[in-house]
Design a protein around this ligand. Structure first.
Ligand code: MF3
Ligand code: CO
Length: 259
């Protein structure tokens, strides 16, 4: 069942998504060598609560933290840990949700730690560009497969692979609503996109093969070949002609410039 949102619902989701972006912007200058992912997670949770919101990832099917911190070969759902210390040259995807007024916001950004190799920088750039290629297709009258195909085509043409087992999703009163939004697929296939649907588009892109494994903790999704992966996510409203992006990377990138 795909829920169509009212304008009032959308403004609530927008506020949640902007708080996600503000949280990521707050963390941005702190994503540096020597810092643990647990420390960053604690700051994020405090920031969310201080802004009158909740952190709905914590407790979601037993997930232990407010954020997912996915380092290098971890694609998504990395559990923050005091033992995971980030170092120069790493990449860290931070994915988090906020909840306010009964609605949820969700967005993710992959950060470079200090200087990263040209090869890895290209992975990040391509994954972010693929997200915007997908968003271009998130207009009323298109189908989910048009988004999926745009992401897949863009990444595969550049030598990367698109994770199959994890997908984007609708969002609203629940973190994961219909429709599923895969990062691979065929044009013209899947559910029709209608005005005021809200969906999260989140390319999870690997340098090597698309296969992943899940660690014994039941969450950490890692590339099977242990090559690195990147992940960016925006929540968007499907509109006529052009999607409305609810999360905001510009404040994150402004915070990065001043670090
Ligand atoms: N933003 C994540 C997603 O869309 C949510 C993390 S799952 C959780 O998959 F269990 F950590 F909450
Ligand atoms: Co998501």
């Amino acid at each position: 069942m795909i829920y169509i949102k009212t304008e009032e619902d959308i403004e609530k989701i927008r506020e949640c998504c902007l708080l996600v972006s503000q949280t990521l912007a707050m963390l941005a200058p702190l994503v540096k060598p020597g810092v643990s992912t647990e420390y960053l997670d604690g700051l994020a949770e405090e920031f969310i609560l201080d802004h009158g919101a909740e952190a709905p990832c914590k407790g979601y099917y037993g997930y232990p933290n407010a954020t997912c911190m996915s380092l290098n070969d971890v694609v998504v759902h990395g559990i923050p840990s005091a033992k995971t210390i980030i170092k120069e040259g790493d990449i860290l995807s931070i994915d988090l949700c906020t909840c306010k007024y009964g609605f949820i916001g969700d967005s993710a950004y992959t950060f470079a730690v200090g200087n990263i190799s040209d090869e890895v920088a290209k992975l990040l750039k391509t994954t972010k560009e693929a997200l915007y290629k997908g968003i271009e297709m998130a207009v009323a009258g298109n189908r989910v497969g048009d988004i999926s195909n745009a992401v897949q085509t863009y990444c595969e043409a550049r030598g990367y692979s698109c994770v199959r087992e994890m997908v984007g999703h609708g969002i609203g009163k629940s973190m994961h609503e219909d429709p599923q939004v895969p990062n691979y697929g065929r044009r013209g296939q899947g559910p029709m996109l209608k005005e005021n649907m809200v969906i999260c588009i989140e390319p999870m892109i690997n340098m090597g093969h698309y296969n992943i494994t899940i660690d014994k903790d039941g969450w950490t999704a890692r590339t099977r070949d242990r090559k690195w992966a990147a992940h960016y996510e925006h929540a968007v409203v499907v509109r006529k002609g052009k999607a409305d992006i609810l999360s905001d990377f510009s404040i994150i990138e402004k915070a990065l410039e001043t670090r």
